[in-house]
Design a protein around this ligand. Structure first.
Ligand SMILES: Cc1cc2nc3c(=O)[nH]c(=O)nc-3n(C[C@H](O)[C@H](O)[C@H](O)COP(=O)(O)OP(=O)(O)OC[C@H]3O[C@@H](n4cnc5c(N)ncnc54)[C@H](O)[C@@H]3O)c2cc1C
Length: 349
């Protein structure tokens, strides 16, 4: 079993740079170590926080009164099946390094997810998505340690219950430790059909066109850098957890109510009759522009959805106060409650 350290500050392990000390902290370098560490803590009734790259976490200033297990398991294996390549990746692998490898190998299906920070094991948790792709389109299986049953299970994609920035894992938080993810990718030098308008425009192609994988990756990275969405120590706007709010998905009644308050507002009509509304539009039109500051925290100067801790000196309480102000302002103006995307540890919105 790996060493346990006491009182390790968590802020350096999160991209938002917030979080007090963990009562105990350890790193798991093999699947067996990861399972044994979590199982032992569960037997001792010790709270566990599984930590990936810390890019989707707001950890409270008091820290975590339990065991933080940082996932550091490595390994990528590729096999061929029915003309596709099945890539099985250990949870601790860096996501963007995996995407870069897929692009270099000619494995198509995740190229538009270039530049998303964090580790592979976290990608199924919130069904990571960007620029018209999300991992639900390629995940074939997820190997988990089910803490409730105390056993390792292989879940099919259907069992993962993927939806927009959501999955069965989020529905039942903490129950599953993701050990490895298998992605089914197409062997092709071309990207999947480009499905996102802004990306198509940047590439100078029509929606539905396919472009060389490396071009898709570069275009996505350029777009993301312009929005402060690629981690960069030199760019204070990237001291964030990415988008802090998801785009609200409204039922017919809520959508009709919003239409009355904001006739002609931007919207995406979904096939199931719901209406997705850009959270960034709601936030801006509720009076919170890019760069809006509150003490030491602010809305990114490049991207309305990202709340940032530019100097890294603010705590989670300050950040949450800004999040609340934005959320309440949007509700007051538009009657819509925004929902946070990052996982909140020891804090509430
Ligand atoms: C600049 C920036 C840009 C971003 N852009 C995007 C984007 O375009 N699209 C998008 O979807 N997200 C985006 N994000 C959010 C984030 O990168 C993703 O959600 C990512 O998948 C989180 O990975 P992580 O390893 O950092 O997870 P962490 O933040 O470490 O953990 C997130 C949650 O997953 C749990 N978890 C982590 N690993 C495991 C595991 N192995 N088993 C079980 N549970 C686990 C944690 O306990 C926690 O609840 C962005 C974040 C930043 C900072």
């Amino acid at each position: 079993m790996a060493d346990r350290l006491a009182g390790v500050p968590l802020a350096p392990y999160t991209t938002l740079r917030t979080g007090g000390p963990a009562r105990a902290f350890t790193q798991a370098r093999t699947q067996d170590e990861l399972i044994a560490t979590v199982a032992e803590a569960d037997r001792a009734d010790e709270p566990v926080l599984v930590l990936g790259g810390g890019s989707n976490l707001v950890v409270c200033d008091d820290g975590f009164d339990g065991l933080v297990v940082r996932v550091a398991t490595l390994g990528v294996e590729a096999t061929s099946q029915d003309g596709r390549v099945l890539v099985t990746v250990q949870a601790g692998e860096d996501w963007d390094a995996l995407v870069a490898r897929c692009v270099a190998e000619g494995w198509s299906g995740v190229e538009c997810l270039s530049g998303v920070p964090g580790l592979v094991g976290s990608t199924p948790i919130q069904n990571v998505g960007a620029y018209g792709q999300d991992v639900s389109q390629t995940v074939a299986a997820v190997r988990v340690y089910d803490r409730r049953a105390g056993e390792v299970r292989d879940l099919t994609a259907a069992e993962c219950g993927f939806a927009y920035r959501h999955s069965a894992f989020k529905h039942d938080p903490g129950r599953h430790v993701v050990l490895a993810v298998t992605y089914a990718l197409e062997r092709s030098p071309l990207s999947g059909p480009v499905a996102y308008k802004e990306l198509a425009a940047r590439l100078g192609v029509e929606i539905g066109a396919r472009v060389p994988l490396a071009e898709a990756r570069e275009a996505v990275l350029e777009l993301r850098r312009g929005k402060g969405m690629v981690l960069d120590p030199g760019d204070p706007d990237t001291r964030s957890a990415g988008s802090f709010f998801t785009n609200p998905v409204l039922g017919p009644e809520e959508a009709a109510a919003l239409e009355l308050r904001a006739p002609g507002h931007p919207r995406w009509d979904m096939p199931d009759g719901t209406v997705k509304v850009p959270a960034a539009w709601l936030i801006e039109n509720a009076g919170f522009p890019k760069g809006y500051e509150k003490g030491r925290v602010r809305i990114s100067t490049k991207h309305t959805l990202a709340l940032t801790n530019p100097t890294g000196e603010a705590g989670a309480a300050e950040l949450l106060a800004l999040a609340r102000e934005v959320r309440e302002g949007v509700h007051e103006k538009f009657g819509v409650w925004l929902v946070n995307e990052p996982v909140l540890v020891g804090v509430r919105l």
